[in-house]
Design a protein around this ligand. Structure first.
Ligand code: ADQ
Length: 453
């Protein structure tokens, strides 16, 4: 089987830095899982060339596959990415009704860019190729391809939540998007809830869901457990890690991540338990994201104001309760935090999956995971402490309980989670997808099965 993978985000980009082209690798679980697939299979990865010198690298051979970059003008970027993908679809699919922008003007560039992707894909497709499209930025691509190449085999993987049908209907272009998605041969989500919501949406908007029921599947993305579980990092790092108990989180700066509620939970806990003063640090790592979108600028200001208040209220010369860092960090630093933190505090208001929770479970030495029950990953990580991220008091109490949890309970919860992330890892995810493709498309399978280890 050969693949054409299509994602908005590129695995690698090229930026012009001090007169030289520098390669930037995209971090994140989706990119690394798909790179694994592409290294094992020949094929093409169609993506957005978002680097400042990507126009010079529209087609490039890397790691045994081809990258084909779609170049966008600044107007196309604004309409497709900032406005429609992130200003309309992102809040829609995370239940943020008041943030959904529904002006029609952004839809046009979204259609144009989706068409550019579809045309590019059709250039490489042949009868042995699986076309695997990813996520909400490219929702119209399956429908466009279906028209250009009626016999093609199209898989759509949706990485973010799928909302209830009634909520999805807010979108003026709802029917258009749904028709495109259902023209795929297979659609995968991360959880059963999203599958149910999707089928119910189909029933409400397009009539009976019966005809698509067997092509919609829940196959949650796994992580590279060996990579996160490998402890070849410097042991001295342990010594330099804070002596106090450490609570850790890492998120993109986004209103779906529940950052402010987490700060409020720490404040609530400290206001009830003065004995905790000086006993822990909450290391809150926040990665810059969508920095040109106005909502995100305002959100940063509000978050920092709240952190400042808590530190001002409880901190002193010797102790700052919340150690806030707003920056990107290297993979090794991230792995160190995963490994040595006592508690990971991962409480998005809603999340398609949340790879950080799984990465922490794989890497942690003996940590505790406090996880939002509205993160898709909670369906797999049942031994985490599951919380409602809107309930500040419950989060504060869970945190307090975690700070004094017995070593036996810590170990047993972590062992359960490690077993799950080991079993349902990236290889499992890729094999499951490939098995389901084979069932539906026997003519397209070649007999050799790669080992994704
Ligand atoms: P994503 O943003 O692609 O979201 P997410 O699950 O939020 O992925 O995980 C973030 C990833 O980025 C992790 O793999 C993490 O290690 C990495 N990362 C974050 N900050 C970093 C930093 N500062 N330095 C290094 N690495 C960093 C979408 C959906 C999610 C879904 C994923 C996968 O919104 O719900 O889990 O796709 O399907």
């Amino acid at each position: 089987m050969k693949y054409i993978v299509a994602t908005a985000r590129a695995p690698f980009s090229h930026d012009r830095v001090e007169g030289k082209d520098v390669v930037r690798q995209n971090v994140g679980g989706v990119a690394s899982s798909l790179r694994r697939l592409m290294r094992d299979r020949e094929g093409t990865w169609v993506c957005w060339g978002d680097g400042t010198s990507d126009t010079n690298y529209q087609e490039e051979a890397v790691e045994g596959y081809r990258i084909s970059r779609v170049i966008l003008s600044s107007n196309e970027k604004r309409g497709f990415y900032d406005d429609f993908s992130n200003g309309t679809l992102w809040p829609l699919f995370h239940y943020f009704r008041e943030k959904i922008k529904t002006e029609d003007r952004a839809f046009e560039p979204y259609v144009t860019v989706n068409r550019k992707f579809a045309e590019r894909i059709s250039r490489y497709a042949d009868k042995d190729t699986v076309i695997w499209v990813h996520d909400y930025q490219l929702s119209l691509v399956p429908g466009m391809i279906r028209k250009m190449l009626p016999d093609s085999f199209i898989v759509m993987t949706w990485h973010i939540p799928w909302v209830a049908g009634e909520f999805f209907s807010i979108l003026p272009q709802a029917k258009h998007i749904l028709e495109s998605l259902t023209s795929s041969n297979m659609i995968t989500f991360h959880t059963d809830i999203f599958v149910r919501n999707f089928l119910e949406t189909q029933e409400q908007i397009l009539g009976s869901a019966g005809s698509i029921r067997n092509k919609v599947l829940a196959i949650p993305l796994g992580i590279d457990d060996k990579y996160y579980g490998a402890w070849n990092l410097s042991e001295t790092r342990r010594k330099s890690y804070p002596k106090r108990k450490t609570i850790f989180s890492i998120d993109r700066l986004d209103y779906t991540k529940g950052l402010k509620n987490r700060v409020l939970a720490v404040e609530y806990m400290l206001s009830r338990h003065s004995d905790l003063k000086g006993k822990f640090n909450y290391v809150m790592l926040v990665t810059p994201s969508r920095t040109t979108v106005s909502d995100y600028i305002a959100m940063k200001r509000e978050l920092e104001m709240n952190i400042g208040r808590v530190n001002g209220r409880f901190g002193d010369l010797e102790w700052t309760p919340i150690v806030y860092m707003y920056r990107k960090v290297s993979d090794n630093i991230l792995k160190n935090h995963y490994r040595f933190s006592d508690i990971a505090f991962i409480t998005p208001l809603i999340d398609g999956l949340n790879l950080v929770a799984k990465e922490f479970a794989a890497a942690s030495e003996d940590g505790i995971l406090i996880l939002s029950k509205f993160a898709g990953a909670s369906a797999d990580l049942r031994s985490a402490i599951l919380v409602n991220p809107y309930d500040i008091k419950e989060m504060a109490e869970s945190l307090y309980g975690a700070l004094s949890m017995s070593p036996e309970e810590r170990r047993s919860r972590l062992a359960d989670m490690k077993a799950v992330v080991r079993r349902k890892n990236t290889s499992w995810w890729l094999s499951r997808i490939e098995k389901e493709i084979s069932k539906r498309w026997p003519g397209g399978t070649n007999k050799s099965k790669p080992n994704y280890n």
